[in-house]
Design a protein around this ligand. Structure first.
Ligand code: 2U9
Length: 342
């Protein structure tokens, strides 16, 4: 065929039609070879230019160059598109399952302890701590617990060398507070305690207490009752009733135990409160004069009230947890239910 008779437009539309169906780089390369390669259609046409007059050669050559440039441009553009698509397909595979993200949470005892501390802080209490290893003097004697008291049995406490033992309550820390500060004092002492108990649903050889101590010139049972009533209702809810029952502790006189109305039956009596309508939450009392004296205070001038509660027991009542061991097993199915940012 003579070059003068070639229809450049039909070459171009043939190229466009083939380009449209191309999806990958290797077919694109084949197409490139077919049209603008060394043995491609356009080069074959260039070869025919030598048969033309200089004038015609210039016109047709210009047209051929223009066609070649348009084709190269479109090939390059298509190559970019194919590469870009391959890139996104590699980084985002929408058919893959999503990545699971895991958000931790505070331990229920941490949440409970922080709530207890926060309530007492708003009531003006300071937070103090003491050592977990104590002497018999601070753990027992100073608290008016005599040598023949059953609590001092080796079966009940973890004794160490000499006269040391793991504290069985946080009370020795309050003796230390009294020896360090002059009244008036208003402190709570949170911390770990240790007793030689076997694990069961309500016992653990390690548990946590929060104890409180207030000493000033004029302290009465009314101060104790008001403070504990406000604390209890803030922690468990205004609708819960609070009851004070006479009891006995060596370090307080008089002593009492504190009950709240059962949250399940509202005081009617049900299985969770042992059909009494009440749940015991802490012990309390006015500080024994001998204990004030052991702390270095004059019992003729100062009086105090004190209270103590088990953090595990409070958390079990608050969240309806039936077994103390659940706090220590670190089972994520249990821990994961306390999602909060407190
Ligand atoms: C000093 C003076 C007095 C602290 C008190 C209780 C009553 C009490 C128990 C609750 C459950 C211990 O965790 S538990 O087993 N505590 O009943 N604690 S009064 O009295 C003190 C403490 C320190 C110097």
């Amino acid at each position: 065929m003579k070059i003068q008779n070639v229809d450049f437009d039909s070459y171009y539309s043939e190229f466009l039609k083939e380009l449209e169906n191309i999806e990958d780089l290797s077919s694109l390369n084949q197409l490139k070879g077919k049209f603008i390669g060394r043995k491609g259609k356009i080069n074959e046409l260039f070869k025919n230019l030598k048969d033309l007059e200089p004038q015609g050669r210039k016109v047709i050559g210009g047209k051929l160059n223009e066609l070649k440039e348009k084709i190269s441009f479109l090939l390059e553009k298509k190559a970019q598109e194919i590469k870009a698509r391959a890139q996104t397909e590699r980084t985002v595979d929408l058919s893959l399952p999503g990545k699971r993200s895991w958000c931790g949470s505070f331990h229920p005892l941490t949440i409970t302890l922080r709530q207890i501390i926060e309530i007492f802080q708003t009531l003006g209490f300071r937070v103090e701590e003491g050592p977990e290893i104590e002497t018999e003097y601070f753990n027992f004697e100073a608290l008016n617990i005599p040598a023949d008291h059953p609590a001092r049995d080796e079966q009940d406490s973890f004794y160490l060398e000499d006269n040391f033992l793991l504290r069985t309550h946080t009370s020795p820390a309050q003796i230390r507070v009294m020896q360090k500060y002059q009244p008036p004092i208003k402190v709570i002492v949170p911390g770990k305690c240790f007793r030689r108990d076997a694990f069961d649903a309500t016992h653990s050889p390690m548990f946590h207490q929060v104890e409180g101590l207030v000493v000033a010139e004029k302290i009465s049972m009314g101060d104790l009752k008001g403070t504990i009533q406000v604390f209890t209702k803030r922690l468990f809810g205004e609708e819960r009733e609070v009851r004070f029952r006479p009891s006995y502790f060596p370090f307080t006189e008089p002593s009492c135990e504190v009950d709240i109305s059962c949250g399940v039956c509202g005081g009617e009596g049900c299985r969770s409160c042992g059909y009494s309508g009440w749940l015991e939450i802490m012990g309390a009392g006015l500080v024994h004069p001998q204990v004030l004296r052991n702390g270095g205070y004059d019992p003729e001038r100062f009086r105090g009230f004190a209270f103590g509660m088990g953090v595990e027991r409070i958390a079990m009542l608050k969240y309806g947890i039936p077994d103390i061991r659940w706090f220590y097993n670190n089972d994520v199915r249990f821990l994961d239910q306390f999602k909060t940012f407190r």
